[in-house]
Ligand binder design. Structure first.
Ligand code: ARG
Length: 401
């Protein structure tokens, strides 16, 4: 008896997930492996990957174009929540995992599979996100993670595959581990494992080095409707085009790099480099528009919600009651977040230089220092008397005056 009969395997075309095909069949007695490759705007041709899976023994090779769903259903809510894990990482890789989990579960249900599989190792966050996402969507499905158990090095995995007739074209292997989708790139390993080592320029693809960026600033206006980005410089764009265009424009000015040490779910600290030009600028702009359209107390309360939201995405709890409850709060706050934000892009900086909204609650006649001032200055005195009362009483008692 094998571990499962029919398995849907998350497939990228890389060494690990390719070796998973013969491994599942020969070591774990799986009768049928169906591979699933998802297009999340990573820019790979999926047709060769689809063919490769069949050549390597998959019974069926599925390809899903999920880029639009990725942006609409996963990236956009994160922008509305201004999520930055540990105040910096906009979750570009993490957000893709619950979507892939959903695609795997949907395919397993459609094809009558009793398990799903992925190629994650036991040290990362992604295994947590896949496993927990899958069990949330369908607790009956088994989750198989061969690479978590097989204990093979990369070379050993390649030799294992070769035993079953798989070919691994010798390409100059990169020392880095890279994950990529429309929202960004995550780069780790190699020299980057030394936290003091400056990342070599060659690792970056979406963002220019400052030395190569334009010598003139570029201005950009992003329009939001209920907290969702809808226009660039007044032009209405579909979500995928908007992100793709923004990545290009913003990356061209060297904006969107992050170099950080982060705390993984499994307790390990790791050094990761990110490129996420569009996502970072959108969060920056969105948060600014909120400062014009939301009251102070909602804005401040939302900060705590945003932190929890980012943590639960990072920790694999996208499909969870807490996420749904926080969504209720966040969506309610977005009703009025409509307007435009003007941004200056220059030499690695995205500086917000203006914002406007029909829902603005900025009151010029209250804020002004000019003659039009409507604020009742005398009212401040009584307010301060009461506001300061506890402090005055405390001082009188402790200072004995
Ligand atoms: N640390 C990031 C996260 O947990 C990215 C993980 C994948 N990174 C990679 N270089 N393969 O979301």
């Amino acid at each position: 008896m094998g571990r499962a009969n029919k398995v849907v395997l998350a497939y990228s075309g890389g060494v690990d997930t390719t070796v998973c095909i013969p491994y599942l069949k020969n070591e774990w007695g799986v009768k049928e492996v169906i591979t699933l490759a998802a297009d999340l705007g990573q820019g790979d041709e999926l047709e060769p990957i689809q063919k490769k899976a069949l050549k390597c023994g998959a019974a069926e090779s599925l390809v899903e174009d999920a880029t639009e769903s990725f942006v609409r259903n996963y990236a956009f809510p994160a922008i509305q929540a201004n999520t930055l894990y540990e105040n910096r990482y906009p979750l570009s890789t993490a957000l893709a995992r619950p979507l892939i989990a959903k695609l795997l579960v949907d395919a397993a249900e459609k094809y009558g599979a009793d398990a799903v599989a992925h190629g994650c190792t036991g040290k990362g966050n992604d295994q947590v996100r896949f496993d927990v996402g899958i069990m949330a969507l369908n607790p009956k499905l088994k989750v198989l993670a061969p690479a978590r158990e097989w204990g093979m090095s990369r070379e050993e995995a390649i030799s294992y595959g070769e035993k079953f007739g798989l070919e691994f074209p010798v390409k100059k292997s990169s020392p880095y581990s890279i994950d990529r989708n429309l929202l960004g790139r995550s780069i780790e390993a190699g020299i980057l494992e030394d936290p003091m080592a400056e990342p070599p320029e060659e690792i970056y693809l979406m963002t220019k080095a400052i030395a190569d960026t334009p010598n003139e600033p570029e201005y950009l206006t992003i329009g939001f409707e209920r907290g969702l980005p809808v226009t660039i410089n007044g032009e209405k764009l579909d979500p995928v085009t908007l992100i793709a265009r923004l990545n290009k424009t913003v990356g061209n000015h060297g904006i969107g790099r992050i170099d950080m040490l982060e705390n993984r779910v499994v307790g390990i600290k790791s050094r990761e480099i990110y490129e996420a030009p569009a996502l970072l600028v959108l969060i920056h702009a969105h948060r600014d528009l909120e400062s014009l359209t939301l009251t102070g107390d909602v804005t401040q309360y939302k900060r705590g919600i945003e932190q929890s939201y980012g943590e639960l995405i990072y920790r694999g709890l996208w499909y969870s009651p807490l996420k749904e409850a926080l969504d209720g709060f966040i969506q309610q706050t977005q009703e009025r977040v409509t307007g435009e934000v003007r941004i200056k892009l220059f030499k690695g900086n995205a500086t917000i230089v203006g914002r406007q909204s029909d829902n603005s609650i900025y009151a010029p006649d209250l804020a002004t220092y000019g003659a039009e001032d409507e604020f009742d200055h005398k009212a401040a005195e009584g307010f301060i008397y009461i506001w300061g009362l506890p402090t005055r009483v405390w001082s009188q008692k402790t200072r004995g005056m």
